[in-house]
Design a protein around this ligand. Structure first.
Ligand SMILES: C[S@@+](CC[C@H](N)C(=O)[O-])C[C@H]1O[C@@H](n2cnc3c(N)ncnc32)[C@H](O)[C@@H]1O
Length: 388
């Protein structure tokens, strides 16, 4: 096995799987990009076995801390272990994220299961080189009818890789039917990310249980939050998203669950503009706000915080007294504390007394690894917005 020598006392010595280019002391010239290597510190400590990409700022990612062969058996064991953690989620659902990259000790790989189908994202050159082993191991563990690759993540560009999208094993429909929390949904293979936001499985369920009356599902994508609300008895849901396709699929998702389209409206608009334009003329009993990530790096932190403030302030003003607001943030660099500050500040400016009744985050199929803080990103709060 070829070797790469890195500095001592770097984060990777204490459990983190990433090693940056500037932490590398010496790399054997014969190492090929994407190749598996043994990693040692310059004082001779074995750190683990991982893959190397000199073209990426994160040049090494550790796959194992042992001297073990990264072959099919290794992958099968990793996938089986990840699946066993998720088993309790499958009692009222047949979908879950089975591999969540670093959080499942498999940097660069995301695998979502939707009933008989699998959607994979290969985000690094190292995993790209393991592609056929990954497929073989997935076939052995899950015996799927089809594997769809949806490798369109921006991280692929940083790794020097092109977008890959299509069936790489077997086949299936464009819309993959699956069940979540006892409801039926389509995963859109032509949609966003892996086709469905499984990370909101519990927050959407909680919202559904508390949302009554007239509801706004802002940044609805294919209707996850609003459909949970309608299924639990809400009178009417406005689905708001700027993706026309997502709203079309939201309609199909309603039909799948026997929910009347008369209890729904679909507004294709910029949510910031919509929330501003209806101020004072429309009121809701419950609102879900689930915007996309508002900042990729700490350089845009302030503008992200301003964005959250604007959305939450406007949503609070649109709620009837004692209305419910479920506010989510998937921006990794926005911490829980900062997000709570934004919510408190919006409450103060709207002269409302906000009562937090649920603090949500990532469900068990999107685990957070304590030693890898980058695995934490999703914050969700359900509030009662009270005004005297
Ligand atoms: C995080 S996803 C929402 C996921 C959804 N709540 C769910 O649980 O499936 C963000 C959504 O916001 C939409 N979007 C992004 N920017 C928007 C904007 N300015 N106005 C309206 N929709 C927007 C995207 O099309 C995407 O569907």
């Amino acid at each position: 096995m070829k070797r790469i020598v890195v500095q001592p006392r770097i984060r990777a010595c204490y459990g983190h799987p990433w090693i940056y280019r500037n932490e590398i002391v010496h790399a054997d010239e014969a190492v090929e990009p994407g190749e598996i290597v043994d990693i040692f510190t310059s004082n001779g400590v074995f750190l683990g076995r991982g893959y190397y990409n000199p073209g990426s700022k994160i040049s090494l990612r550790i796959l194992t801390r042992r001297y073990e062969n990264v072959g099919k058996d290794f992958l099968v064991n990793r996938f089986k272990k990840a699946l066993s953690l998720r088993k309790p989620l499958l009692y009222d659902s047949n979908a879950c994220r089975v591999v969540f990259s670093e959080a499942d000790d498999f940097p660069g790989l995301i695998v979502d299961l939707f009933d008989r189908w699998i959607v994979v994202q290969i985000n690094t050159l190292g995993v790209e080189r393991l592609r056929s082993l990954v497929i073989d191991a997935l076939l052995e563990v899950f015996e799927p009818q089809g594997i769809f690759e949806k490798s369109d993540a921006s991280s692929r560009k940083k790794e020097g890789l092109d977008v890959e999208e299509g069936w790489i094993y077997g086949t299936g429909p464009e819309l993959l039917l699956f069940e979540l929390n006892g409801l039926k949904f389509y995963c859109d293979t032509r949609g966003q990310k892996t086709g469905f936001y499984l990370d909101q499985r519990w927050n959407a369920k909680v919202f559904g249980q508390f949302a009554t009356g007239k509801v706004l599902d802002a940044f609805s994508y294919t209707g996850n939050f609003g459909i949970h609300a309608l299924a639990c008895g809400a009178d009417h849901v406005t689905f708001l998203d700027y993706s026309e396709r997502a709203l079309e699929i939201a309609k199909e998702n309603l039909k799948l669950n026997g929910l009347s389209l008369e209890k729904a409206e679909f507004i294709q608009s910029n949510a910031f503009d919509y929330l501003k334009s209806v101020q004072g003329s429309v009121y809701y009993d419950a609102i879900s706000l689930d915007p996309p990530s508002l900042a990729k790096s700490s350089r845009s932190l302030d503008s992200a915080l301003r964005g959250y403030k604007e959305l939450n302030l406007r949503a609070m003003k649109l709620l009837r007294n004692d209305g419910k607001l479920l506010s989510s943030s998937c921006t990794r660099i926005v911490t829980r504390e900062r997000f709570e500050d934004v919510l408190s500040s919006a409450a103060k400016d709207t002269k409302t007394d906000v009562i937090f009744i649920y603090h949500g985050g990532q469900p068990p199929d999107h685990p957070v690894k304590q030693l890898v803080p980058e695995t934490f990103y999703l914050k969700s709060y359900l509030m009662i917005v009270h005004r005297e």
